[in-house]
Design a protein around this ligand. Structure first.
Ligand code: IMP
Ligand code: MG
Length: 176
């Protein structure tokens, strides 16, 4: 495999990602059978995780997309860009928000607040990676997170640095 020069090391391999995503899919299958849940992908970063995850969930579901961003390069801008008018119709639905990573948690806490105003029957937050040491919104956690990681800037499997590296099939540590 050709590893780009900007990748310091591989943190999570394709096999490790696949194993955890499949376990999560099994759990969600049990939880949501018969409920026709709505899985919402937070764009852009979650797109690869989302497309793998939904294929491991073995009950009927629907999908939607929602755009939210706060990062410029390797720094959180602090400003969360998300438009409440883009929220799909979730009233009375069992909603699963799928995100790539929780860092300061500013993005997801704002997204969660916005979604809750639209009357879902239930709301679950699922993320691939969690960096708890970077938290700024106190006590914010996902309902499910696949991997807890240290304070490292990572790319690949959907995650980017200035829009690059999303297509790497693994999660790599970015060399700043
Ligand atoms: P938060 O609002 O600080 O929790 O940041 C969440 C968003 O920042 C995520 O949805 C990612 O898009 C981006 N982000 C945070 N950490 C990383 C990282 O290590 N690599 C790539 N993107 C990141
Ligand atoms: Mg994201």
């Amino acid at each position: 495999m050709c590893i780009p020069e900007k990748i310091e090391k591989i943190l999570l391999t394709e096999d490790q990602l696949k194993e955890k995503v499949t376990l999560l899919g099994d759990e969600l299958t049990k939880e949501y059978s018969g409920k026709n849940p709505l899985f919402v992908c937070v764009l852009n970063g979650a797109v690869v995780f989302f497309s793998d995850l939904i294929r491991t969930v073995k009950c009927p579901l629907e999908i939607e997309f929602f755009r939210a961003s706060s990062y410029i390069g390797t720094n959180s801008s602090g400003d969360v860009n998300a438009d409440e008018s883009d929220i799909p119709d979730i009233e009375g639905r069992d909603v699963v928000i799928v995100e790539d990573i929780i860092d300061t948690a500013r993005t997801l806490s704002k997204v969660k607040e916005m979604f809750l105003r639209h009357g879902p029957r239930s709301l679950r937050i699922v993320c691939l990676l969690d960096k708890p040491s970077r938290r700024e919104v106190e006590n914010f956690t996902a309902d499910n997170s696949c991997f807890e990681i240290e304070d490292l800037f990572v790319v690949g499997y959907g995650l980017d640095c200035d829009q690059q590296f999303r297509n790497l099939p693994y999660i790599g540590v970015y060399k700043a």
